[in-house]
Design a protein around this ligand. Structure first.
Ligand code: DAV
Length: 383
């Protein structure tokens, strides 16, 4: 697959959408000539947003900003469904207030360090605006992965069913406008009043009255987008995404075993074609055996990270597997997760250790706190 821009081919293309569809409808890739595929790739190569996997060489990424992070104020059912039990009272009584300043400041320093590490290995790093989210009834600019979904040359603003998160992409508006001006496809999913989506019965804290999803409930595996239903993602949201992505992509759902499900990136994490990092309790063998990833080799995360000095207000110990791949080999891991780092090292990965405990405290780790804007590689079928 050609990654660069082949201008000699792009001039000859008059109808790229038809060509794109021809690549997957019915008969599959065999019906498309090599010249057509090269031309399609060249067109996509013009966009500053271009990402088909979680592992191809990372060229540009957004790294979140912790300053201004507030405790989200959500319905009692949503808090009890998604937040660790020991912090329910804090969230139910202090929702809307800023997170403790010492945690936020330390998280900001860790994010700045990650930005420097990435820039040091040649990644173009962009940052969102600092926003006083407490003043705006919001939550954070630290977790771009949650609210923005990059698939191919599209960047999609997720609907975000948490009321504190519905305006979160405001912090990225300048970046999104810049990407769109330079050729990316900028799409915003319809927002719905969260009260319409509240559910007090059933498995999830939301119903199916309107499309809802968080971007972090999906991961990219070439033509396959793997997702999950959760307390923030419903079937209408998945249908909306399928519709917007069109026939170039196949959106499949993993039937995860996670009563607190919210974001798939501490459940499965593809590391390179054919190899996936797996949370053995949420994605046991029988779940993966029925998925498009059935034939992939599974690297099992040895155990969740035990509690540490810094409170983990919004995540479980499985946040250890929320790693970020720089390419097929290099993967960023927290130094506390020595067993996981050793396991990855033994499997031939080149592990870079970056401390991230305070970022974890406010809701995520390396994968959550970044958004791949551009990686090399194309839209291939890996399953
Ligand atoms: O296991 O706590 C964390 C994902 C955050 N975006 C977990 C899920």
């Amino acid at each position: 697959m050609v990654n660069g821009v082949d201008t000699s081919c792009s001039g000859g293309i008059s109808d790229p959408p038809t060509l794109a569809r021809a690549a997957v409808t019915g008969c599959g890739v065999d019906m498309v000539t090599r010249a057509e595929l090269t031309a399609l790739d060249a067109l996509e190569g013009l966009s500053p947003v271009r990402c088909f996997s979680e592992w191809d060489l990372l060229e540009e990424a957004i790294v979140g900003v912790a300053s201004g992070t507030a405790i989200p104020r959500e319905s009692e059912r949503m808090i009890r469904s998604t937040i660790p039990a020991e912090w329910h009272d804090l969230f139910l009584t202090k929702g809307g207030e800023p997170f403790p300043a010492d945690i936020v400041d330390a998280a900001q320093a860790e994010l700045d360090h990650l930005a420097n590490v990435l820039a040091g290995i040649g990644v173009v790093v962009r940052r969102p605006d600092r926003v006083d989210w407490s003043a705006r009834g919001g939550h954070t600019s630290a977790m771009p992965r949650d609210c923005l979904l990059v698939v191919g040359t599209s960047v999609i603003e997720a609907p975000m069913v948490w009321r504190s998160r519905q305006n979160e992409t405001a912090a990225y508006r300048g970046l999104l406008a810049d990407y769109a001006e330079r050729g990316a496809r900028w799409v915003s999913a319809p927002r719905t009043d969260p009260r319409r989506l509240e559910s007090n019965t059933g498995r999830w804290a939301i119903n199916d009255a309107a499309p809802a999803f968080d971007a972090a409930d999906f991961i990219r595996v070439g033509r396959d987008i793997i997702g999950q239903l959760s307390h923030v993602t419903n079937r209408s949201g998945v249908a909306w995404l399928r519709n917007v992505l069109g026939p170039d992509y196949r959106v499949s759902l993993l039937d995860v075993d996670d009563p607190h499900a919210m974001h798939i990136d501490a459940t499965v994490m593809p590391l390179r074609p054919g190899v996936i990092l797996v949370n053995p309790t949420r994605a046991p063998d029988h779940v993966l055996d029925r998925s498009p990833l059935a034939r992939w080799e599974r690297i099992v995360v040895p155990h969740p990270r035990p509690p540490g000095r810094v409170p983990r207000y919004m995540t479980s110990g499985w946040i250890n597997m929320n790693v970020l791949s720089v390419d097929y080999e290099r993967v960023i891991v927290d130094p506390r997760d020595t067993d996981l780092a050793r396991r990855l090292d033994r499997r031939g990965f080149d592990v870079t250790l970056v401390p991230f405990e305070h970022v974890n405290a406010i809701g995520g780790s390396f994968h959550c706190a970044t958004l791949d804007v551009r990686r090399q590689g194309g839209r291939e079928s890996y399953v």
